[in-house]
Design a protein around this ligand. Structure first.
Ligand code: P5A
Length: 440
């Protein structure tokens, strides 16, 4: 991508409305734009990051055996009347009427709709277990939308829903998502700690929130500090192994960890003082097991091996991609801007032409740009006629992991500089060596 032809409306000044660093940096890097309170457009740079986050979420959901579908944002109120949540959900639900005056709503979550899909076609235990997910916009008319896309009214959610014949089988489904979440957040460069959590309007008894520790987090959390160093399940984790996944779950729930709603002061005080971590955190995922809470009122049942009908046991599993993007920034930035983990960076490399219009600089940059593109890298080429200082500041702000800098003096020697955004380390090398480093 040539920056001269891209759309990346960066800001030099700190926007006044932004209270936390991620919100500030997302606005300054031209990633998002507020359209009305708590409702955002994702501009091209932001969209690239969001797509990469979603690709990782999708890979890990698929690996754990979940199956993707797509459900609509607008739902009929009837479904919610069946489950009894239409009235219970309160003012957070955006209620709409269509031209026939039929009550509709913009979905805040999809338990009812997926239960309806399930009951319409699954009739036998032989079709279980089943886990269906989608990545779709949601709307919650939050009282206090704030911090940009961290807590917005319209937001994206990956929501998965599991169906099982028995509560034991449902626990295994829960453990699959539990392990998949540990892997997902790790691949996004984050350390998320599962904590016992309140179930709120989703319901059920068993629930964990996945929390990233951050000073700007909205949740108050309490946990054992050893969680910070626990091993993440590997990519060859056998998601069909009941014992294997139970062992992962047991290990990750063996020490104290709870959000403030579930906090047990006495249990926490039993943790040796030096091991106690009381901090603030960002909830990036939340999983629930709620048994037959929806299947019973909505009549979602299957025939069991005993020939009888059984209401299915369900769980639901949410991740907030549009919250994850700012959460990653909260965890990874410096005074100059964002520092993306390579896995979600909007571009792999930025090529900076320090003197656009200078024949040797132009030729060198074009050569590097073409070679890296050919090798399948996502490359941003700063070919604008901005001053070099402005280009360096922009490259640092948008946080691309590697900068290849071509200035007249180095280029005259057949060389360029390669800068690592995270460490700031710079290396001068031949043009060929710079290309080979990223192509090989
Ligand atoms: C689980 C999947 C649910 O809604 N039903 C389907 C369950 N859970 S939840 O905890 O309410 O939300 C899941 C995740 O969505 C993100 N999230 C938000 N992100 C941005 N702005 C919001 N206002 C918002 N509300 C929820 C969070 O990451 C949460 O863990």
């Amino acid at each position: 991508m040539r920056l001269s032809r891209y759309f990346m409306p960066t800001l030099k000044e700190n926007p006044k409305e932004a209270e936390i660093v991620s919100h500030r940096l997302m606005l300054r890097a031209g990633m998002i734009r507020q359209q009305s309170q708590g409702i955002y457009s994702w501009l091209p740079l932001g969209k690239r990051v969001l797509d990469k986050v979603n690709a990782i979420i999708r890979e890990e959901q698929n690996r754990a055996g979940a199956i993707e579908l797509s459900m609509p944002t607008l739902q009929s109120a009837e479904l919610w009347q069946e489950s009894g949540r239409y009235d219970a959900y309160g003012k957070e639900m955006l209620r709409i009427k269509d031209r026939q005056d039929r009550p509709m709503l913009y979905g805040p979550t999809n338990e009812e709709m997926v239960t309806d899909i399930f009951r319409s076609s699954v009739k036998s235990y032989k079709d279980l277990p089943l886990n269906l997910y989608h990545i779709q916009l949601k709307f919650r008319d939050e009282i206090r939308p704030r911090f940009g896309t961290m807590r917005s009214r319209e937001f994206m959610m990956k929501d998965a829903y599991s169906f099982d014949l028995t509560s034991e089988a449902a626990e295994h489904s829960y453990n699959k998502m539990f392990a998949a979440y540990l892997r997902t957040f790790d691949r996004l460069g984050l350390r998320a700690i599962p904590m016992r959590a309140d179930t709120g309007p989703i319901g059920g008894k068993l629930s964990h929130e996945f929390i990233i520790l951050a000073d700007t987090g909205e949740s108050e959390v309490f946990c054992h500090k050893d969680f910070v160093g626990f091993d993440i399940p590997g990519e060859h984790t056998d998601f069909d192994s009941v014992d294997g996944l139970q062992a992962i779950f047991d290990k990750w729930t063996s020490l104290y960890a709870a959000t403030s709603e579930m906090h047990d002061e006495a249990a926490f005080n039993a943790v040796p003082e030096g091991d106690r971590l009381s901090a603030r955190g960002i909830e990036v995922g939340h999983i629930f097991y709620f048994g037959t809470k929806y299947s019973e009122p909505m009549g979602a049942k299957v025939q069991g091996p005993d020939g009888k009908e059984h209401f299915v046991h369900m769980g639901s599993y949410g991740i907030g991609p549009t919250r994850l993007v700012p959460a990653i920034i909260e965890a990874s930035h410096d005074d100059n801007g964002i520092i993306w983990p390579a896995s979600v960076a909007p571009f792999d490399i930025v090529v900076i032409n320090m003197k656009a219009g200078d024949q040797a600089c132009d030729d060198t940059c074009e050569l590097i740009y073409a070679a890296l593109n050919k090798a399948g890298k996502d490359v941003l080429y700063d070919d604008t006629d901005d001053r070099a200082g402005t280009k360096f500041a922009t490259a640092d702000l948008i946080g691309v992991p590697v900068q290849i800098i071509a200035g007249p003096r180095a280029v005259a020697n057949g060389e360029v500089e390669v800068k690592d955004r995270r460490t700031g380390a710079r290396e001068t090398m031949t043009i060929e060596a710079a290309i080979n480093r990223f192509v090989a």
